[in-house]
Design a protein around this ligand. Structure first.
Ligand SMILES: [Zn+2]
Ligand SMILES: [Zn+2]
Length: 263
């Protein structure tokens, strides 16, 4: 399975794009502004979009992408999300005010986009790729995702605060790669706690949930561009003090837009 990071920033600026990962050629995990790096032809191949939640940084490019590829596709783009996320998209985005209702045009019978409701814990086979919705705790209904590759699972936290249920499931999977958010620095820990995001101090506590003996590369995503340097410094700081046997410092890395993995 090929994974290409299209965006992994917590906000936009030059060279900063918000969350989106391309799986093989036809699946998107989230549709943040990173989608804008795909060529029109690449975009037209997207058959499945799995959304973690309704926040704008994770859906911003979805309406524009659908519009861009309508004339190039014969089958609807399948948008997989929790019912609360779909309800938010219907009410606030594809509402014929902000953007047309692509689930009803050109006809309800053969639309450009089709919603597929998922539940936390559910596994979906998307054209041969198995994807599981993982628990996430955020200010709106949210999930993370685990995607099965040949060498194990890619686990992605989505946007989340402290999340014991995530680790219960992740510890039961043969994980090849973990992508976990750290949106704020410790300076903003109160804001992080209130907005249900992680900061380096809560990330450190979360990572102690990984079972002893389990080791895999950990990539940090969703940092605010203005705080990226500080967040990494704070992570380097706690890595030194992690419980014995947990992880070597080199195991925690910074996710980069444009980065590619084979899992
Ligand atoms: Zn969010
Ligand atoms: Zn976000």
């Amino acid at each position: 399975m090929k994974v290409r990071v299209l965006g992994c920033s917590g906000a936009i600026a030059k060279d900063c794009r918000t969350t989106s990962f391309l799986i093989d050629d036809n699946i998107l995990i989230d549709a943040g502004t990173g989608v804008g790096d795909l060529t029109l032809e690449e975009m037209s191949k997207i058959d499945h979009v799995f959304l973690t939640h309704s926040h704008l940084d994770h859906i911003a490019a979805l309406p524009l992408m659908l519009d861009a590829v309508t004339s190039m596709r014969s089958a609807p783009v399948r948008v997989h999300a929790l019912s609360g996320t779909i309800a938010a998209l219907q009410a606030h985005v594809f509402n014929d005010v902000i953007w047309p209702d692509f689930s009803a045009i050109p006809s309800a019978h053969q639309p450009f986009m089709r919603y597929h409701t998922i539940r936390t814990g559910q596994q979906i086979n998307a054209g041969g790729i198995l994807i599981e919705a993982l628990p996430a705790l955020h200010t709106v209904p949210a999930v993370g995702y685990a995607v099965r590759g040949a060498d194990g699972w890619l686990a992605f936290s989505g946007d989340t605060g402290r999340n014991p249920a995530f680790w219960t499931r992740v510890n039961a999977l043969p994980v090849a790669l973990l992508i976990i958010e750290t949106a704020f620095s410790n300076r903003e820990v109160e804001l992080a706690n209130r907005s249900l995001h992680l900061s380096p101090s809560t990330l450190a506590e979360e990572l102690t949930n990984i079972l002893p003996g389990q080791r895999y590369p950990i990539y940090i995503t969703h940092a605010k561009p203005s705080e990226t340097g500080l967040i990494m410094e704070e992570i380097r700081e706690f890595e030194v003090h992690m419980p014995q046997g947990f992880t070597a410092p080199h195991n925690i890395r910074w996710l980069q837009a444009g980065q590619k993995f084979v899992v």
